[in-house]
Design a protein around this ligand. Structure first.
Ligand code: SF4
Length: 378
C-alpha cells in the first residue's frame, strides 16, 4: 500500500475508517464470522448487528468458555470526563464478556497516568472522575464480585511491567506504530501493555486467555502488546491477548469522533434530560431537503445518526422493531421530526432508568476504588 493511502490509526487522535475490509487486511484483524458468533453462549446486540466486526484470537476465549476454563476480560477508561456514549460501548462489551462465564474475571484499569500524559489532568482530579465513571459502569451491569479495579498510578506491577517492556522497544519501533508523539504517550502505551498483561501475572493466577474489547482506533495498543507478549513469553509465559473490535461511531452531529471540542455531539450518561433532548432533536439525520422529497424518495437511514448511532448501536434492543423502523424511513412513511421524537422517548426512558440506577451505585463505586487505594499503601 503506498504511504499516502495507508490507514492511520491514532488512539489519541481522530481516526476515520472508510473501508473496514481493508483495515482488517492491512492489520491482520480477522472478520467476526457467523460460525464464531454461533459459538457464543448468547449474542449481544453489538455482535448481532456487527457493530463489533472483527477480532484477534477470539477462538481462545470461546474455547475457554466451552471447556469451562477461566479467562480475563480487560478494559480501561481514561478518566478525562463524564461517561458518554463512546465509553458506554466499550463498557457494555466488557460487561458482556464478563457475563459469558462464571469463570470470567474482569480487570478494569483507570488510566489516570494516560489522562495526565494526554490531557494534563492532575491525579486527584482523575480520581474524582474515575469514581463517577465507575458509578456508570456499575449501573450498566458490571458484576462487582468479579472485577479488579485499579489506578495505573498506584499499580506497581503494571508500572514494573512497563519498565521491563521498555527494554524491548526501540524509538523507531514505537514511532512506526504511533507516529511522532510526545514521549509521555509512548510511555503510557507501555503502561497500557502492562495493563493488558497484568491479569496474567502470578498474583492474578498466572497466564490465561484475556479478551480486550476495543474500538478499531485502539488496535495499535493491541498490536504492540501482542508483540511484547510474544517477546516476553519465555520469561512470563504470556498467552497473546485476544481482542474484539467495534466500528468507530460518529458523534450526534455526524462528526467522526466524540470530542469535548464539540459539546452538542456528545451525549453524557448523567446528562440532564432537558439538554439530552435538545441534542437528540438536533442530531444529524439522513433526511431529505424537504418533506415532499422525503415522502417521495424515502430517507437514508444508513447515513443517519439517529438510526445508526442512537437506535442500532445503543438504544433499540428489539431487532424486529429496528428493521421495521429502517423500512419506515426508507420508504418515506416517517419524517425526521416525528422519528426523532419517537427515538427520544426510547432514549429518555433509558437515560432515566440509568440515572436512577447510577444514584444507587455511588457507595459501591467508592468502595471498589477505596479498597484498592488502601491495599496499595503497604
Ligand atoms: S426518518 Fe428517522 S431514521 Fe430516517 S433519516 Fe430521518 S431521523 Fe433518520
Amino acid at each position: 500500500v503506498p504511504d499516502e493511502e495507508r490507514i492511520v490509526l491514532d488512539p489519541w487522535g481522530t481516526a476515520h475508517v472508510k473501508d473496514y475490509d481493508r483495515l482488517m487486511q492491512e492489520f491482520g484483524i480477522e472478520p467476526l464470522t457467523d460460525e464464531l458468533v454461533e459459538r457464543l453462549p448468547f449474542q449481544h446486540r453489538l455482535i448481532r448487528r456487527r457493530v463489533i466486526f472483527g477480532h484477534r484470537d477470539l477462538g481462545l476465549i470461546l474455547k475457554a468458555i466451552e471447556e469451562d476454563g477461566s479467562y480475563a476480560v480487560m478494559t480501561g477508561i481514561k478518566p478525562s470526563g463524564d461517561y458518554h456514549l463512546g465509553a458506554k460501548l466499550t463498557s457494555e462489551e466488557f460487561i458482556y464478556f464478563q457475563s459469558l462465564s462464571p469463570k470470567a474475571f474482569g480487570f478494569f484499569a483507570i488510566a489516570d497516568l494516560e489522562a495526565y500524559a494526554d490531557n494534563k489532568i492532575p491525579l486527584e482530579e482523575s480520581h474524582r472522575i474515575a469514581l463517577s465513571n465507575l458509578t456508570d459502569l456499575l449501573a450498566l451491569g458490571l458484576d462487582p464480585r468479579r472485577v479488579y479495579v485499579y489506578k495505573q498510578s498506584v499499580e506497581i506491577p503494571v508500572l514494573r511491567l512497563a519498565f521491563i517492556f521498555s527494554r524491548a522497544v526501540t524509538y523507531n519501533m514505537i514511532e512506526a506504530i504511533y507516529g511522532p508523539k510526545p514521549f509521555g504517550l509512548y510511555f503510557s502505551a507501555l503502561v497500557q501493555a502492562g495493563d493488558i498483561l497484568n491479569p496474567q501475572l502470578p498474583q492474578h493466577g498466572g497466564p490465561k486467555p484475556t479478551i480486550v474489547p476495543v474500538g478499531a482506533d485502539q488496535d495499535p495498543h493491541i498490536r504492540l502488546t501482542r508483540d511484547l507478549a510474544s517477546k516476553y513469553r519465555e520469561e512470563f509465559g504470556f498467552i497473546l491477548p485476544s481482542a474484539t473490535y467495534h466500528r468507530l461511531l460518529r458523534d450526534l452531529t455526524g462528526q467522526e469522533k466524540m470530542s469535548k471540542r464539540n459539546p452538542m455531539g456528545i451525549l453524557y450518561l448523567n446528562e440532564p434530560l432537558s439538554s439530552a433532548r435538545v441534542k437528540v432533536m438536533q442530531a444529524f439525520t439522513g433526511g431529505r431537503a424537504t418533506a415532499e422529497e422525503q415522502r417521495r424518495l424515502g430517507g437514508e437511514p444508513e447515513k443517519c445518526v439517529v438510526f445508526v448511532e442512537l437506535l442500532l448501536a445503543h438504544f433499540l434492543e428489539d431487532d424486529k422493531r429496528l428493521e421495521e423502523w429502517y423500512w419506515e424511513c426508507k420508504t418515506g412513511q416517517i419524517l425526521c421530526g416525528e422519528c426523532k421524537a419517537r427515538a427520544w422517548t426510547i432514549i429518555e426512558h433509558w437515560l432515566r432508568n440509568h440515572q436512577e440506577k447510577r444514584n444507587k451505585m455511588r457507595d459501591l463505586a467508592e468502595k471498589l476504588l477505596e479498597e484498592k487505594t488502601l491495599s496499595q499503601q503497604w
